[in-house]
Design a protein around this ligand. Structure first.
Ligand SMILES: [Ca+2]
Length: 120
């Protein structure tokens, strides 16, 4: 606990020294003369941009997941399901029932599972 306080005090002292040095002695570049060095302001700006980008990508991933389209149209028969690929069967179960099927299952196993999902 004491160690943390000392570390915080040291950081505060350094920040204070940088602020005084920047604001009153012009030791670092400071475009807007607010006592915060450009390097620090740029780093904060970058961090904000990265955070925004990460947020945007997370949103896109969510959207792509929602875009999984069911290949199964209407009430499926086993013959119809057999005509689909394993990936289509897995995607359809996920899109229509939110069911995550094991992709290592055999196709006939997947067909049976998907069939029982649609006919229960
Ligand atoms: Ca500044």
């Amino acid at each position: 606990m004491k160690t943390i306080l000392i570390i915080l005090l040291v950081i505060a002292a350094i920040a204070g020294a940088v602020w005084v040095g920047t604001k009153f002695f012009g030791l670092t570049n400071d475009r807007d003369k607010d006592g915060i060095p450009d390097k620090v302001e740029d780093a904060v700006e970058d961090a904000k941009e990265i955070a925004a980008e990460v947020k945007k990508r997370a949103k896109n991933v969510k959207k792509e997941l929602a875009d999984v389209v069911s290949a199964v149209k209407g009430k499926p028969t086993k013959a119809k399901l057999n005509g689909l690929t394993k990936q289509q069967l897995i995607d359809s179960a996920l899109a229509d029932f939110g069911a995550e099927l094991d992709p290592t299952l055999s196709k006939s196993n997947l067909v049976n599972k998907v069939y029982s999902l649609y006919n229960s």
